[in-house]
Design a protein around this ligand. Structure first.
Ligand code: NDP
Length: 306
């Protein structure tokens, strides 16, 4: 028989861990189901300076503290990669290894995946110079040249992080302005190692058969191309929601984000969304944890018939 829970949370990032705290503390039999290490994007984030009460911390430290807290009231941590959720009085959550769980309420807090550039040389060089995580891989590029693609908050923050290792960090943006917040733009203004190349898009990752050797970029106006010699390529060009297992439940918008109401509940009763995976404007640690709390508290009220 499937293992049964009151509340099953898929994903153990900030939203999922916050939901686990609220669910288990309220007395619900609660579990988090996660396909990797707990922490979500937090563990890939170098610096957090907008978590109230802590002026500055690093993502891994905050993730560790949150995880300790999330299991403190009895919530379980389970490994599994979900492929399907079946609706019913009890919801059935099915994993890719055939295992399944039943729960009265399910909170999906699976977050987002890094978008790929989809250019020649990218996929085959993942782990050989192409990386989507500066915090994980930045130290491999001591005294080397690296490229960061994108002009959003992630690109600029991680470019700054990379300056402690690389000799030069080339940021490639496709417009002549950044998308990132003003304060983050200001923080890189005086970084001598950072060089911004505007109005350009990446078109090919070059390698020598062993490792990355450069990035070919093209000016969007003149169509001229140039190759930047670099051993590290870090694309930060946005994120896509991790919701493929929800197709068929009619709870997603046109971009694949979950549509939820003010209780973080979808149109399927007892199925909730929380954190970066839901359709909303502000994707931050603080809003993710808030969603998790709201979803778990509402699930508690529904389960107990309050
Ligand atoms: P964003 O969507 O904010 O930025 C993506 C960047 O990549 C943009 O500059 C975009 O250009 C560029 N881009 C998109 N597609 C391509 C492409 N095919 N080729 C080249 N460039 C491309 O993504 P982020 O990951 O930076 O941020 C995601 C969310 O997380 C945002 O809401 C952000 O605010 C939030 N966040 C907040 C942080 C904080 O507050 N400290 C830290 C990190 C993320 P263009 O601008 O021209 O569209």
């Amino acid at each position: 028989m499937e293992r049964q829970y009151d509340l099953l949370i898929i994903g153990a990032g900030p939203a999922g861990m916050s939901a686990a705290i609220y669910g288990s503390r309220a007395g619900l039999k609660t579990a988090m189901l996660e396909m990797g290490a707990p922490g979500g994007k937090l563990v890939k984030t170098s610096e957090i300076s907008n978590w109230p009460g802590i002026i500055e911390t690093d993502g891994a430290k905050l993730a560790y503290d949150m995880f300790q807290h999330s299991t403190n009231f009895g919530a379980e941590f389970l490994y599994g990669s979900v492929v399907k959720i079946e609706d019913g009085e009890w919801k059935t959550v099915v994993c890719d290894d055939g295992s399944s769980y039943e729960a009265k309420a399910v909170i999906v807090a699976t977050g987002t995946n890094e978008r790929q550039m989809n250019i020649p040389g990218e996929a085959e060089n993942i782990g050989r110079g192409v990386s989507y995580c500066a915090v994980c891989d930045g130290a491999f590029f001591k005294h080397q040249e690296v490229c960061v693609i994108g002009g959003g908050n992630s690109a600029l923050e991680e470019a700054k992080y990379l300056t402690q290792f690389a000799d030069n960090v080339h940021i490639i943006i496709r417009r002549d302005v950044f998308r990132a917040d003003e304060i983050i733009q200001k923080s890189i203004e005086n970084e001598e190692k950072i060089h911004v190349i505007r109005n350009s898009i990446p078109i090919e990752v070059k390698d020598d058969g062993m490792r990355v050797t450069g990035l070919v970029i093209q000016n969007v106006h003149t169509k001229e191309t140039q190759e930047i010699a670099a051993h590290g390529i870090f694309p930060y060009i946005g994120l896509d929601p991790a919701t493929s297992f929800l197709k068929g439940l009619d709870v997603l918008d046109e971009y694949g984000y979950m549509l939820v109401d003010e209780n973080c509940e979808t149109r399927v009763k007892g199925l909730y969304g929380a954190g970066d995976v839901i359709a909303k404007r502000l994707r931050q640690v603080v809003t993710a944890t808030s969603d998790g709390a709201i979803a778990a508290q509402h699930a508690f009220h529904e389960i107990k018939g309050i």
